[in-house]
Design a protein around this ligand. Structure first.
Ligand code: NAP
Length: 293
């Protein structure tokens, strides 16, 4: 398949592009800068110059492809306003990508987060939250999945709180950044709340399987570790960086504080059983051992 990929230069997207190229596909990758275009070429794919707000470029990329994998997101969590801007930009981009594929039966694989359900582990059958700070992303993905009724093989890969590589990435990566800035490896609440995780290379395999096989309108969980206690994550970070490990108030974590404080374990039993996906890469706690002071 010739696949149009957005976000193909990111932590997850670069693993997805490598996975596609290693399994008989070719990739056309959105690149918003010269540096990104060079990275795409170095990976062996073709860059398509433009950003998420270049809607004509997105249309052209989708039109030239046999399927689309959408991963680009600004990931600016510095303020609630910045997050809202990113969510709105992504919503418009995803709508354009989906419209371009209507009636073609081509796949559109988009990304979202695993849902959280109070008191139990979430599954693929649980709906995405559509309220709260990033609820708009849930609404965008739900609209994309509804394109199943209009001849798009739309599907979603739901990612856990931390998608990691070399100890970096996701919520655990944000904890590491904060620890470096403040000199304390902090965690919110009592630290027993659990966050699920997956290695980027394992997630990439699932993106490929979903692109190749998933029926229209389906959602899948790229979860390798069902849930690590956040205090355990902060403990490894503190030890690796030589910093004290302490409980901190939610406000210390910025707009994501309330999300950080929630217990949100998630299962991928249905995904593993149905698509034959089996993670093989290091767990989050093992991968965090790679971070350096
Ligand atoms: N990492 C995680 O733990 C995690 C967990 C849950 C969900 N996710 C989601 O998974 C997706 C990929 O995450 P990631 O960790 O791989 O992110 P990342 O490393 O920050 O990469 C983001 C990618 O999106 C591109 N991008 C950002 N804004 C863009 C714009 N306005 N126009 C065009 N391209 C743009 C970046 O391009 P440049 O290379 O040019 O900057 C890069 O390729 C995101 O939707 C993210 O929210 C990630």
């Amino acid at each position: 398949m010739h696949v149009f990929v957005t976000g193909g230069t990111g932590l997850i997207g670069s693993a997805v592009v490598a996975e596609l190229l290693g399994n008989g596909h070719t990739a056309l990758v959105l690149a918003r800068s010269e540096a990104s275009a060079r990275a795409v070429e170095a990976a062996g794919a073709e860059p398509l110059g433009g950003g998420l707000d270049d809607l004509d470029v997105l249309r052209a990329g989708a039109e030239r492809s046999d399927g689309v994998v959408h991963l680009a997101f600004s990931n600016d969590f510095s303020s609630a306003e910045a997050v809202q801007r990113s969510v709105a930009e992504e919503a418009a981009a995803l709508a354009v990508l989906g419209e371009e594929l209507v009636g073609s039966d081509r796949p559109l694989v988009t990304v979202s987060g695993t849902p959280w359900v109070p008191g139990r582990v979430s599954t693929e059958a649980d709906p995405l939250p559509t309220d709260g700070l990033v609820g708009g992303r849930g609404r965008s993905v739900t609209s994309a999945l509804a394109l199943a009724a209009r001849g798009v093989r739309a599907s979603a890969v739901r990612l856990p709180r931390t998608v990691h590589d070399e100890g970096d990435g996701g919520f655990a990566g944000l904890l590491t950044q904060l620890a470096r800035q403040t000199g304390v490896s902090g965690y919110p609440g009592d630290g027993t709340q659990r966050w699920p995780a997956v290695h980027a290379r394992d997630a990439a395999v699932l993106f490929r399987l979903v692109l190749e096989q998933a029926p229209a309108g389906t959602a899948w969980h790229a979860v390798a570790d069902e849930g690590d206690a956040v205090r355990d994550i902060a403990t490894v970070i503190g030890r690796r960086l030589g910093l004290p490990v302490e409980a901190l108030p939610e406000e210390a974590f910025g707009p994501l504080g309330p999300v950080f404080a929630m217990d949100q374990p998630s299962s991928s039993a249905h995904t593993r059983e149905t698509l034959g996906w089996e993670p093989t890469q290091p767990s989050l706690l093992a991968d965090l051992e790679r971070i350096e002071p």
